[in-house]
Design a protein around this ligand. Structure first.
Ligand SMILES: [Zn+2]
Length: 194
């Protein structure tokens, strides 16, 4: 079985996601936690345990004001990520949520630069170059193979979250000098938090 999504910019397909009162917030791990370097494993079981985990990821992402979250950011090393790009009014509708499991990029077009941030590197934003448009193959929560074409922010968010699945953070894409600068500033912030 296959579902194909049309080219997307601001419009997204509606996924039926059941949220219930038993969902819970998961602690988000932050840099320099070494777990973030884990290469996550493919998901083989699309069972209720996975569905509950995805529901918890959604609650965690929304309560942290994030637009995307990879499973490893809540210390679960599986190739799963969720995204919810805000609409023009800045609302993150449940109907805009994408749950992406075992993703593979099939095709890319163009490049663009966007200022990225990450829930695992709080307080830092850096310009990163990514593919502008991509075609993605992935499984949904039921194990059904899907494809989608994404551009702009959705394309960037997909690439950012897929980096997490390979143990990479957006700061790993910085030039040597920008990375050095980041390390210095981040150390200062960590010290102030203590
Ligand atoms: Zn991130």
């Amino acid at each position: 079985m296959q579902c194909t999504l049309p080219m997307m910019k601001k419009k997204f397909i509606t996924l039926s996601i059941t949220t219930n009162t038993s969902t819970m917030l998961l602690p988000i791990i932050t840099y320099p936690n070494k777990l973030l370097k884990t290469v996550s494993s493919e998901v083989a079981m699309f069972d209720t345990q996975l569905h509950t985990f995805l529901d918890n990821m959604y609650e965690t992402m929304i309560s942290s004001n994030g637009i995307g979250l990879a499973a490893i950011q809540v210390a679960m090393p599986i190739r799963a990520l969720i995204l919810c790009i805000p609409d023009e009014e800045g609302n993150q509708e449940l109907s805009n949520v994408l749950e992406i499991i075992n993703p593979v990029i099939e095709n890319t077009i163009g490049k663009m630069t966007y200022q990225e941030g990450c829930l695992s590197v709080p307080g830092f934003y850096e310009d990163i170059e990514r593919y502008e448009t991509l075609t993605l193959r992935y499984h949904n929560r039921h194990g059904i193979e899907c494809t989608l074409q994404a551009d702009d922010l959705l394309s960037i968010a997909i690439q950012h979250e897929m980096d997490h699945l390979d143990g990479k953070l957006f700061i790993d894409r910085l030039s040597y000098s920008r990375r050095k600068k980041f390390e210095k500033e981040y150390k200062k912030v960590l010290k102030e938090k203590k």
